[in-house]
Design a protein around this ligand. Structure first.
Ligand code: S3P
Length: 175
């Protein structure tokens, strides 16, 4: 049977667990799929942190870099793509990602994200817990709209990986 070599794309709010779970998925399934973390790739390309890019050039410049990166990474196959929380703000990004990927929304309840966020340093959330609430309200429908699957991240890592396993079987993907 022909296997599906589409990408696995993780979307969700900052703090929902995209980066962590991309690594968990890779380790658990001893996967040959490579992780592409769009924020990390942007930082490497620009040789600046995301914070520095926001501070020096502003959010719209960051969004432009993010879209370019998403377009190029979407053309690859067999990748676990961990996206930035704002990737869903641009429909074009989601078109590229969806064309060649299974999009999984990691849904972590807002109160859990806020609990974890104490002391975090990312630009859109730094010292701005209430901003997270606004972002969540603005974005929740978009995350749902663009996802092929939704996994609730309230339970254990094992539960999460079981859900991933079901998706892989259904989609005929061998990581
Ligand atoms: C952003 C989330 C960040 C990063 C940037 C903007 C957002 O990624 O892309 O700070 O708009 O939600 P994480 O979701 O990995 O924190």
């Amino acid at each position: 049977m022909q296997m599906n070599n589409k990408n696995i794309v993780l979307i969700g709010m900052p703090g929902s667990g995209k980066t962590t779970f991309s690594k968990k998925i890779q380790n658990h399934f001893l996967s040959k799929y490579e992780i592409k973390d769009t924020d990390v790739l942007i930082e490497e390309k620009e040789n600046k942190t995301i914070n520095e890019i926001f501070e020096e050039f502003g959010e719209s410049y960051f969004r432009k870099l993010e879209s370019e990166l998403v377009e190029s990474v979407s053309k690859e196959n067999m990748k676990i793509i961990s996206t930035g929380g704002g990737v869903i703000l641009n429909p074009q990004n989601m078109k590229f990602l969806g064309n060649n990927g299974i999009i999984i929304f990691i849904d972590r309840p807002l109160h859990k994200i806020i609990e974890d966020f104490k002391g975090d340093n990312r630009p859109l959330v730094r010292n701005k817990i209430e901003k997270l609430e606004t972002l969540y309200k603005e974005r929740i429908e978009l995350y749902k709209q663009y996802s092929d699957y939704i996994i609730n991240n309230e339970n254990t890592v094992e539960d999460f990986l079981l859900e991933i396993d079901k998706i892989l079987k259904k989609e005929n993907i061998e990581l």
